[in-house]
Design a protein around this ligand. Structure first.
Ligand code: HEB
Length: 650
């Protein structure tokens, strides 16, 4: 067997050591300071099981048309406002790192709470509070915000595919810290020109959901706006058809608000007790100021139909400055009802796509209402649900069948292979290759590396990735530079797979079991193993997890562990173990961390942070002085990574 030597010298973790950023101080909050009500998944699942879901929907339906003086409903219906709220909650999702989305309900907190694009969404939450209060713990804010959007669409006659419940509320806004604007976002993912932000950021403007409605940097040039829309909706994971169906489908509802040029007034950050009072007249109803643009898109804004597309397609639109003194578009020489409607530059952009694709879709949706119904229902469900991960995380009675973007896996087969027998085979193979290796390298490390690479694609941000499915066997994952050489490890496991495949041992289980066994053989504690994975087919749902986000600096190393859902302690113990296996005689122990703390030891710059960041140094010292603790915590952290993608609800 010739696969051994090269692999051994590759570090287990794909971390480049080029330069050091600064490690951010822990957030100032003590856990005692945070709210406790309903913020554990267990509490939430139990409460959700008792929720009378139909009663919530009935109340929400009635709520839609009960206008209140505090914030009157446009056209007597809150639908537009609630759909916009749901879209702004879900639409922060970005596929680059899985951050954003409505899971967590963090639109209630900074930073997105004060985004100019979220003006007056404090009002919608005040309006919804009685419903939240009535149903309590079983109805998280995240679920309520999305469900209110669904019910709004349905109550105005629009098509809805279903509802995936299970958003567990966050206790503060820290999960959205990297959406910005925050100091940490600026240091990790800066946007030098706000209005031209690039991935991994989702929108092109921090503070907007996606793009400037007046056109790039408020220049009303539809052709250029089209490119921006494609770029940013692409970062959200939406294709052209989904993008056009969402924009035009949803702008069938509601209106824009900009009664005068004076602005919305201070944001919650600037005036927490009276945010966005509006400076036009009474500040509400016909005097409301949200975006500064003014008017509805259709003549029947509380009724679902495809008239947005018909109008866009068949009328002649001219640019003008609306009452809010911002660029918008009106029907040329309009008479009657048509004189009251408007379009944004981003809407007109759908007619001037340099690629010609948006125009085609506008025509299709204008001519075929059923086609729009289908595209819209699916795109809306994807928008609302994308950050929830696999369908197994969706709870409730209205969950539709798994969608392609949920990367469904076949049901696991009933395992008949005895795990102890498989384990024994792995051990036999490891021992055999040990004696056959001319260099005398201990060959277990590549198996540990395979399992790590397979499982560590997991992202706690949107529950994607992980070893379940064993997609590491296929392109694109197998071709990633960090996975170089793993094909040979897979090849050597093939013998075992051949023997047990008929007895229900999927590759995904074998890879993890072999990794566990390898770590044990290398000196680790006995690992917990949880079987029941299944294998994806080649080309079937290979995921597009973005590898450009491989960590490059110290700060991004921390960020990449955080994305996997790992704490600083888990990062130290796993990195320390990986380095020991890579460099220190291939035996799992705290030896690398011990050496690191020694005087004059040469280490990579990122590793030096384990020594010089005060908090990490304290953790490193703890592990360096207690190998028993190190091994115990390594086993726990390792198992957590291996099982991170095994869901039973949220
Ligand atoms: Fe929209 C509204 C923009 C997309 C849904 N929007 C609106 C407004 C604006 C806009 C500016 C106004 C605000 C106020 O109030 O003032 N959008 C926009 C843009 C875009 C959009 C730029 C991208 C292109 N949307 C969208 C989507 C959706 C929507 C995608 C879904 C999903 N919106 C909406 C609604 C509304 C709006 C529903 C209405 C609201 C009310 O009514 O209130």
């Amino acid at each position: 067997m010739a696969y051994l030597p090269v692999l051994l010298v590759l570090p287990l973790l794909a971390v480049s050591d080029s330069h050091v950023g600064s490690y951010p101080a822990a957030a100032g909050m003590r856990s005692d300071d945070l709210p406790r009500w309903g913020y554990t998944p267990e509490d939430y699942v139990a409460a959700l099981a008792k929720l009378d879901f139909e009663a919530v929907k009935t109340d929400l339906t009635a709520f839609m048309t009960q206008s209140q003086d505090f914030w009157p409903a446009d056209y007597g219906h809150y639908g537009g406002l609630l759909i916009r709220q749901a879209w702004h909650c879900a639409g922060t999702y970005r596929s680059s790192d899985g951050r954003g989305g409505c899971d967590g309900g963090s639109q209630r907190f900074g930073p997105s709470l004060s985004w100019e694009d979220n003006a007056n969404l404090d009002k919608s939450k005040t309006l919804l509070w009685p419903i939240k209060e009535k149903f309590g713990l079983g109805l998280s804010w995240g679920d309520l915000i999305i469900l209110a959007g669904n019910v709004a669409i349905e109550s105005m006659g629009g098509p809805v595919l279903g509802f995936c419940a299970g958003r567990v509320d966050a206790a503060d806004g820290s999960q959205d810290e990297l959406l910005g604007p925050t100091a940490r976002q600026e240091s990790l993912f800066p946007c030098p020109v706000n209005g031209d932000c690039k991935a991994p950021l989702g929108p092109d403007t921090v503070g907007l959901i996606y793009v400037n409605p007046q056109g790039p940097m408020a220049n009303p040039i539809p052709r250029l706006s089209a490119g921006q829309i494609r770029d940013t909706f692409g970062r959200m994971g939406m294709n052209d058809s989904e993008t056009v169906a969402l924009i035009g489908g949803d702008h069938a509802f509601g209106k824009t608000h900009g009664a005068c040029p004076e602005g919305p007034g201070p944001s919650p950050q600037e005036d927490p007790t009276r945010p966005w009072p509006g400076k036009c007249g009474s500040g509400k109803g016909k005097d409301a100021y949200t975006s500064g643009l003014e008017g509805p898109w259709t003549t029947n804004p509380t009724q679902w139909d495809n008239s947005y597309f018909k109008h866009l397609q068949s009328l002649t639109w001219e640019l003008y400055k609306g009452p809010g003194n911002k660029w918008q578009w009106r029907v040329q020489n309009a008479t009657g009802a048509l004189s009251g409607i408007m379009m944004l530059t981003t809407d007109i952009a759908l007619l001037e796509d340099p690629e010609g694709s948006y125009q085609k879709l506008v025509r299709e949706f204008a001519e075929d209402a059923a086609k729009l119904d289908h595209a819209f229902a699916h795109a809306w469900y994807k928008l609302a649900t994308r950050d929830m991960g696999p369908v197994t995380r969706c709870l409730g009675k209205d969950v539709p069948p798994a969608q392609p973007w949920q990367y469904p896996l076949p049901a696991p087969s009933q395992p008949q292979a005895k795990l102890s027998k498989v384990r024994a085979e792995v051990v036999k193979m490891l021992n055999r290759s040990k004696t056959e290796s001319a260099e005398g390298f201990f060959s277990a490390v590549p198996f540990a590396r395979l399992a790590w690479r397979c499982a560590s694609t997991f992202r706690a941000t949107d529950y994607r990735g992980g070893c379940n499915g064993a997609r590491i066997r296929f392109s694109p994952e197998k071709d990633w530079p960090v996975n170089k050489g793993l094909d040979q490890v897979l090849e050597s496991l093939q013998l075992i797979q051949d023997r047990f495949a008929g007895r229900g041992l999927p590759w995904a289980d074998l890879i993890v079991l072999a990794g566990n066994t390898a770590v044990e053989e290398l000196g680790g504690k006995k690992m917990q193993f949880c079987s029941g994975r299944s294998d994806a087919a080649d080309g079937q749902g290979s995921h597009d997890l973005d590898l450009d986000l491989q960590p490059k600096s110290w700060a991004t190393v921390r960020e990449s562990f955080e994305r996997m859902g790992l704490s600083a302690r888990e990062m130290v113990v796993l990195s320390g173990g990986a380095r020991a296996l890579g460099f220190a005689g291939a035996q799992l122990s705290n030896s690398y961390l011990t050496r690191l703390l020694g005087i004059g030891h040469a280490a990579s710059e990122t590793d030096l942070m384990f020594k010089f960041d005060p908090v990490l140094a304290a953790i490193t010292q703890e592990y360096a002085s207690d190998n028993g603790l190190f091994l115990e915590d390594f086993a726990k952290a390792w198992t957590k990574v291996m099982d991170a993608d095994r869901f039973k609800g949220p």
